[in-house]
Design a protein around this ligand. Structure first.
Ligand code: SAM
Length: 312
């Protein structure tokens, strides 16, 4: 991430969830607040990027493609729909996966919910009944969190008393220090960690360091749900042209994806950190669970996996 710049990908994935919520039936995940949370000018920029990405499909990108120089461009709703459809399914289904697992965990007594790299997550405002049962911690990069807090103030959304904001840069700081700096966080209480849309932006060591931190500040039975990209996405001979185009786009906007994992060795790697891998959904599993029978073109994403692990 760029040091002083709020994450653009955080706004983009929220935009996709919002788009799905507003346009599609049945809904995989109804993020009915996400649209409002994204400021108008950011929405316009996201739409512009999506249209440009769709139009440049298969073409060589150059640096000027992603400047704000196309503000006078007529919105091409067909391109926007096509490009949004490519990703909205995966962003909505991973949110569904995490919040379904959270609901189950809460029934089993989990009392704290930590959203790592929360971005424009709307849970705390969307789920007032769940908020009664949980202390919620949004942990994010300072630049993204400052942007969100400013936007929340602008919208005048009521701040739930049990919502806490903690800033961290995973590349520089320890999650142990960050979470324990909050007097509201109790390291003895079973906790659910949501870590969606972040692992691929960090190095392998940073991902493992953060996971190890979870085992130091959360008791056995605590849960982490995360998504990750198959390592093949980063190997040019194995990566699809579409994947390579996404990697190039993210590099250009200053949020490069750099790390993937091998699904077949993940269980062993997590075990060495103190986790038991409970579920490791492949793109085919995700397709079967969330997209089977849909006729609107939504699908799982070719390299994206969802995993759920429990602290031993
Ligand atoms: C693609 S967004 C995902 C947001 C949210 N989890 C979701 O699924 O909608 C990536 C998030 O990771 C955060 N992030 C990326 N690199 C980070 C870092 N080094 N330290 C802390 N947060 C980081 C960004 O601020 C952003 O909120």
């Amino acid at each position: 991430m760029k040091e002083n710049q709020a994450s653009f990908t955080a706004m983009s994935v929220a935009y996709m969830r919002a788009y799905h919520s507003m346009h599609d039936t049945p809904k995989i995940f109804d993020d009915f607040l996400a649209y409002d949370l994204i400021p108008v000018e950011k929405r316009a920029l996201i739409e512009q990027h999506l249209i440009e990405q769709n139009i440049t499909c298969g073409q060589q990108l150059n640096d000027s493609d992603y400047s704000v120089s196309h503000s006078d461009q007529t919105i091409n709703s067909e391109s926007l729909m096509q490009e949004t459809h490519r990703y909205a399914g995966i962003f909505s289904s991973r949110a569904r996966y995490a919040e379904d697992a959270l609901e189950k965990a809460v029934k089993q007594g989990v009392k704290q919910y930590v959203i790592l790299g929360a971005g424009m997550d709307t849970f705390a405002f969307r789920e007032p009944e769940m908020m009664e049962k949980l202390e919620v911690f949004e942990v994010d990069h300072p630049a993204t969190q400052e942007f969100k807090l400013h936007r929340l103030a602008e919208l005048e959304w009521e701040h739930p008393a049990k919502l806490h904001f903690i800033s961290i840069d995973f590349t520089k700081e320890s999650l142990v220090t960050a979470l324990t700096s909050s007097s509201s966080y109790d390291p003895k209480v079973k906790t659910f960690f949501n870590w969606l849309g972040v692992t691929y932006f960090l190095t392998r060591d940073e991902v493992f360091t953060t996971l190890r931190s979870i085992t130091e500040i959360a008791p056995a039975g605590s849960i982490v749900v995360l998504d990750y990209l198959d390592i093949d996405a980063f190997i040019p001979e194995k990566s699809s042209p579409q994947m390579q185009k996404s990697l190039e786009y993210l590099r250009k906007i200053g949020e490069p994806m750099i790390t993937g994992f091998n699904p077949s060795t993940l269980a062993e790697e997590l075990a060495s950190l103190g986790f038991s891998l409970q579920e490791n959904l492949s793109p085919a599993d995700i397709e079967e669970r969330y997209f089977k029978g849909r006729t609107d073109g939504y699908h799982a994403y070719e390299y994206a996996h969802f995993a759920c692990a429990v602290v031993e």
